[in-house]
Design a protein around this ligand. Structure first.
Ligand SMILES: Cc1ncc(COP(=O)(O)O)c(C=O)c1O
Length: 392
């Protein structure tokens, strides 16, 4: 019964545009009652009417209808085969790297999220998997770093926090020519602005904690895959590791996704104003923002995305100015994370990139003067006035 309704509704929605798909999800309504808000199936287990008769749901660690609605929704939005909702972005990444086997080599962006470094260096390296961190925005550097056993490219674009932009299609082609798969962490731009699978990526991963949830109230990870083999891998991972997202959290992310297009537009227009203001401030030495026409990745950004997003990084004139900013913001919150309705300032050196090796941080420019800001959806003038008073 449930499955019949599912396929019925899915067919009707296939031709919708992105904004409508975000609102209406996969099933959208509850097939049994017609409830417009998809129910939170707060249950650990599911009754079988008799032996051999099942609704298809057995136990929530394996499959839960609310989580499944979120998983199907993100698969639709990214244009993939199947989605998986994990208890964090880290949990999602753990299952992505579990695709590898001993002797494999992986190429990753050099200023990747610090937690991803930790997974690779501290968890998977001891199992005989080799990781090389390079500037994925430089195709010659990538080519030179490839090895016969390179099995995966893992790319953030734009990167966190240096905003390097990688050419997804060119990298996917290079990876495939070597028999490797291409994974894109699409946290910063979301499928609203960037759809890596359409550009050739094999897997997309998200910290759903960020823009997809959008309200700084859930920690969540999402994966979208493109092959049956990968689908089986992620089903097996979730079943075995028991790291699926809880139903209430899944419901919050489903709700967040309904307003994703509206929020992304506001994050982007706010960020554009703030980035331009920051650039003129005498205490700001350099602003990293992909929406600047003189950003080295501007042309690729225009080619492969439909928007710039809400993330900005900047370098101040001194550590003292950085400390003043973090201590004196009023409306803006000094907190780790990004992508929510509230504007957050983060200090990558001791927060998000604390696990990045010091020499790599130094080379990238993640120093004591470096700040990352996730622009929220408040009035942009309030964000600017708060920054102005905190910078002094
Ligand atoms: C780009 C990126 N990927 C992955 C993660 C990890 O996600 P989570 O914090 O949801 O575990 C983060 C966290 O900040 C991130 O910024």
């Amino acid at each position: 019964m449930i499955n019949e309704c599912y396929y019925d509704d899915y067919d009707k929605k296939e031709n919708l545009r992105f904004d409508s798909k975000a609102v209406h999800g996969a099933l959208g309504c509850d097939p049994m009652t017609g409830a417009v808000s998809f129910p939170i199936f707060q249950t650990a287990t599911f009754r079988h009417r008799k032996f051999g008769v099942s609704t298809g749901y057995n136990y929530s660690r394996l499959l839960n209808p609310t989580r499944q609605e979120l998983e199907r929704t993100i698969a639709i939005l990214e244009g993939g085969l199947a989605g998986f909702a994990f208890s964090s972005g880290q949990a999602a990444n753990m299952c992505v790297f579990a695709l590898l086997k001993k002797g494999d080599h992986v190429l990753l962006s050099d200023d990747i999220y610090g937690g991803t470094f930790r997974i690779c260096d501290e968890i998977f390296t001891p199992f005989g998997i080799e990781f090389t961190y390079v500037d994925m925005s430089d195709l010659d550097v990538v080519k030179a770093a490839m090895k016969p056993n390179t099995a995966m490219f893992f790319v953030e674009t734009p990167t966190n926090p240096m905003m390097h932009v990688a050419d997804i299609k060119a990298l996917a082609d290079m990876a495939h020519a070597n028999g490797a798969i291409m994974v894109v962490d699409n946290t910063f731009l979301t499928p609203y602005y960037q759809r890596p699978i359409e550009l050739g990526a094999d897997l997309v991963v998200h910290s759903g904690t960020k823009y997809l949830c959008g309200h700084n109230d859930v920690v969540c990870g999402l994966v979208v895959c493109t092959t049956e083999e990968q689908r089986e891998h992620f089903e097996h991972e979730m079943k075995s590791r028991g790291n699926g997202l809880a139903s209430f959290d899944s419901w919050l992310v489903i709700r967040g996704i309904k307003t994703l297009p509206l929020r992304m537009q506001k994050h982007t227009s706010n960020a554009y104003e703030v980035a331009n203001w920051l650039r003129k401030h005498p205490k700001v030495k350099k602003v990293y923002y992909v929406g600047f026409e003189d950003h080295p990745g501007y042309e690729i950004t225009k080619k492969q995305t439909t928007g710039f997003g809400g993330m900005i990084s900047f370098e101040l004139d001194s550590e003292e100015t950085a400390m003043n900013l973090l201590s004196n913001v009023k409306m803006i919150l000094f907190a780790e994370s990004l992508g929510g309705t509230e504007t957050l300032v983060t200090y990558p050196l001791t927060q998000t990139h604390e696990s990045t090796p010091p020499d790599v941080r130094e080379k990238l420019g993640i120093n004591e003067r470096f700040i990352r800001i996730s622009i929220g959806i408040e009035d942009p003038q309030d964000i600017i006035e708060d920054l102005a008073q905190a910078l002094g």
